[in-house]
Design a protein around this ligand. Sequence first.
Ligand code: PAD
Ligand code: ZN
Ligand code: ZN
Length: 376
Amino acid sequence: MATAGKVIKCKAAVIWEVGKLPSLEEVEVALPRTHEIRVKIVATGICRTDDHVVNGIFPNIDYPVIVGHEGAGIVESIGPEVTCVKPGDKVIPLCLPQCGECASCLNPKSNCCLKTHFCQSQNLMPDKTGRFTCRGKQVYHFLWTSTFSEYTVMPEASIVKIDDDAPLEKVWLFGCGFSTGYGAAINTAKVEPGSTCAVFGLGGVGLSVIIGCKAAGASRIIGVDINKEKFAKAKELGATECISPNDFSKPIHKVLVEMTGLGVDYSFEAIGRIDTEVAALASSCLGSGTCVLVGEPPSGSQLAFDPTLLLTGRKLTGSLIGDWKLKDALPKLVSDYMNKKCHPDALISHMLPFEKIAEGFELLRAGKSIRSVLLF
Ligand code: PAD
Ligand code: ZN
Ligand code: ZN
């Protein structure tokens, strides 16, 4: 492409400091170095995790930063020794890397690559230098994706080629939200046919859990949210009932236990709050229930609960990006999408030009959107 070998000037949204919404800027994007790829982002969604960075509750972030981690685009150019993609390929950036070499990548039971931000910082490229500058200042990367920039750079561990015919304005959903929720149900919980499920939080992630529970054959799926405007979409996607904790004087876990006898077979927390994590655990069935934590509580949070909940046979676990090894899984998920085997499209509530990114964040905060997609 004509831009190959040159520094690119393009539009991006920069979070200059904690508490400030991403601001539209012109940034410079340097050339990809060895084992790096520069990608032209076509479409990118706004996930609550991006808002956590705005609010300063995501761990170990350096500011100014360009966030965005649900995206899809086209390879613009590659650095030396890149073998996994070539210019022109359609790709999805991976918010959870899969280096293929570390102990986790070699462990078939783990997707928590040791290069992920939970193990080491991803605020700069692996060689500890950055590729973004704006107004003469270095701007940090986020999860090696930074999809809120028209052009972005990532290492080979953080990119995967997808089907040439995949619609980029749709399949960005696989970059985080849909894969996270769907995988939490089918990979982490391994929901069984005929089972009962409760899903706390009916945002993009929780609704994707519902899609996964339904696909796995759950017979009863109870959605829990304080925003009743989310109920119609949850029911459209497979919830059999929806309840709001605000409609009951007793704690919501007691309501769920009464509704189901001993509690649900599988409960999921897709909000990111300590109190709802404990409520989800207490809603799961005595003797055999499984509770899966998906939401990300503020960094430094500590969970406290009565250990009897576990002694009496409940299992508590967590799920990072749906337990998928993303580089292996995403091409298959996208081809399932192309073959109409899974349909996350209903999660896209708003399509906005990239310039309206602030409006996208406001819609998320006001509880009016599920996923807004920003188009460059
Ligand atoms: P969202 O904000 O779109 O949805 C959250 C939902 O929770 C909203 O519908 C709220 O109304 C609802 N809610 C808020 N407070 C309560 C409450 N007290 N009781 C009941 N419902 C409530 O977010 P999202 O769906 O984009 O993300 C959900 C969480 O998942 C968030 O913490 C995000 O950071 C996390 C996440 N985790 C992973 C992972 O790999 N584990 C990946 C992606 C996102
Ligand atoms: Zn790895
Ligand atoms: Zn996300």
